[in-house]
Design a protein around this ligand. Structure first.
Ligand code: ADP
Ligand code: MG
Length: 287
């Protein structure tokens, strides 16, 4: 069974005009079909306003569909009785770590979720240790979150979600407010959670470099899924992405330009290493 499944998911935001009467609606998601198998690492890309956050909010029933259906681990998000179970299955990490940290000490903060779930103390201690170690923040357990860097705070937020042992974690631009070092730390933590604990990850980001290792990349545009596939498949479609004013990783763009000028470089290059190897091979052939 899919951990996440959406069928013809449509979401309209209703807005009441300044006169307090006229009502307009804005279609944020338009007939989106999505299926995610357990253990996958999915990256979601797209412009501002393309519907990414709206989609994320459907995955833990913060929003419910205007039309269509979303199932989280088989539970229909419209089923009010399943709300708690859904939120425990799909945890969320948002952009701003300051809005997500409540504890005054790091380990207290991470314990907060499982405490609310009524988990026995001994197990909470175990989960807190486990989670903080996974995100590389165990040495900071006695610190005040206020004194941490943005990347460290975000990793504590991830540990807090992880301590509730969700099967799936949705991260909505978790690195948008971080410097490059913080960004790398957070992405590594998410990758580790995926690889070592088999947690399904949906990562929303606009940093292309963060998605090259995903199992699947989904590109959203105007409330629809514009394309999806492996990073190589998606980033092979440079011209199409450019038409939609979407970026590709720098090295992919460089390889694409070299290829256009006649060099034997494959389409969809994802790493500097790959590009270097194909150029070296080409120059050897030329000698
Ligand atoms: P993204 O996360 O990709 O930037 P969003 O899901 O936030 O996109 O927004 C999709 C569309 O829905 C945008 O046009 C946005 O203006 C609109 N929208 C988002 N949130 C609301 C809201 N609370 N009320 C009305 N419109 C909204
Ligand atoms: Mg957003």
């Amino acid at each position: 069974m899919n951990i996440i499944q959406a069928k013809k998911l449509t979401h309209d935001y209703r807005k009441v005009g300044d006169d307090g009467e006229t009502e307009t609606s804005c279609r944020a998601l338009d007939n989106v079909d999505l299926d995610v198998a357990p253990g996958q690492f999915i990256a979601i890309l797209g412009h501002n306003g393309s519907g990414k956050s709206t989609l994320a909010k459907h995955l833990n029933a913060i929003l419910t569909p205007t039309d269509g259906t979303v199932w989280v681990d088989g539970m229909d998000t419209r089923d009010a009785e399943k709300l708690n179970a859904i939120r425990q299955t799909a945890g969320m990490v948002f952009q701003n770590p300051d809005n997500q940290i409540i504890g005054t000490v790091v380990d207290e903060d991470v314990a907060f979720g499982p405490e609310n779930m009524g988990i026995p103390t001994e197990e909470i201690l175990e989960r807190v240790e486990n989670s903080l170690k996974t995100v590389g923040m165990w040495e900071y357990r006695d610190r005040s979150p206020n004194r941490l860097s943005g990347g460290q705070k975000q990793r504590v937020a991830i540990a807090g979600v992880m301590a509730m042992e969700p099967k799936c974690i949705v991260l909505d631009e978790p690195t948008a407010m971080l410097d490059p070092v913080g960004r790398r730390e957070v992405i590594r933590a998410a990758q580790k959670l995926n690889r070592e604990k088999q947690v399904t990850i949906l990562l929303i980001t606009h940093y292309m470099e963060e998605v090259t290792e995903a199992d699947r990349v989904i590109v959203m545009d105007q409330g629809k899924i514009l394309m999806q596939g492996t990073p190589r498949e998606v980033f092979s479609r440079v011209e199409e992405l450019k038409e939609h004013r979407l970026d590709v990783p720098q090295v992919t763009m460089l390889a694409h330009e070299l290829r256009k000028s006649g060099l034997p470089v494959p389409e969809g290059v994802l790493t500097v290493q790959e590009l270097a190897e194909s150029l070296i091979a080409a120059s050897r052939r030329a000698v």
